[in-house]
Design a protein around this ligand. Structure first.
Ligand SMILES: [Zn+2]
Length: 229
């Protein structure tokens, strides 16, 4: 069995979506603070975290993009949605800021040599991290899906899709539209994935990525993993 870590690291100073708070991590306890219980002297290290729920690799809950009353928050989504077959599409050739069309998705599926199946997690490798991460363009210049490409994915019955960027579609109106289509079609997406290049050309795998169980959460940070048997 081989496990490939698809999550990005969470740390102070990491790039987050401009709508989200910066990550703050401070030492809450450390081993210089000794506590005596009877004859036992003890110390424990721990941190305090402050961050948005859309920090690092995470999945958006319908509550984030669907204003309808009753749209689900993250802890209400069934775990089955985050444990499924996955397939990674190689879209690394597309230009920055490009909106991927349904035809480009279909061509990328055919290059895998395997069919896209209902219930799959479709991970879209657009070489976003390698081209943009650590630069100001990471917030603005990422490629993503055209609105009809989001519909195309929903039509195939995919479970969810995932991207490396902080947004599923190019910044601005296209990104707003992609979120609205996810709400309309009852699908969701993972953002800020990493290491997708390690999945290219390897066909289907088992996708595992359970979001944190945050009550009322609009998203859930996750440790996403691809498993090859
Ligand atoms: Zn998000």
């Amino acid at each position: 069995m081989e496990l490939i870590d698809l999550s990005s690291e969470i740390f102070v100073g990491m790039q987050v979506h401009p709508s989200q708070p910066a990550v703050a991590i401070d030492q809450w306890n450390d081993h210089t603070q000794k506590v005596t219980f009877g004859s036992t002297v003890h110390s424990a290290a721990s941190l305090r975290l402050s961050m948005g729920d859309h920090t690092g690799t995470h999945v958006d809950a319908p509550l984030h993009f669907d204003p309808a009353p009753g749209a689900a928050s993250i802890e209400l989504l069934p775990l089955e949605r985050f444990f499924c077959q996955g397939l990674c599409l190689d879209l690394s050739h597309i230009p920055l800021r490009h909106a991927v069309s349904p035809q480009e998705l279909a061509e990328a599926v055919s290059r895998t040599g395997e069919p896209l199946s209902a219930g799959d997690a479709v991970l879209l490798y657009m070489a976003t991290n390698i081209r943009l991460r650590g630069t100001p363009g990471y917030e603005t210049d990422f490629p993503g899906l055209a609105p009809d490409a989001v519909h195309w994915l929903a039509d195939t019955g995919v479970n969810l899709f995932g991207v490396e960027a902080m947004s599923p579609a190019p910044a601005g109106e296209l990104n707003l539209l992609a979120h609205m289509i996810c709400a309309e079609r009852g699908i969701t997406h993972i953002e800020c994935l990493d290491n997708l290049e390690r999945l290219v050309g390897r066909g289907h795998f088992t996708f595992i990525g359970f979001p944190l169980k945050i009550r009322g959460g609009t998203a859930g940070p996750m440790r996403a993993v691809a498993m090859f048997e």
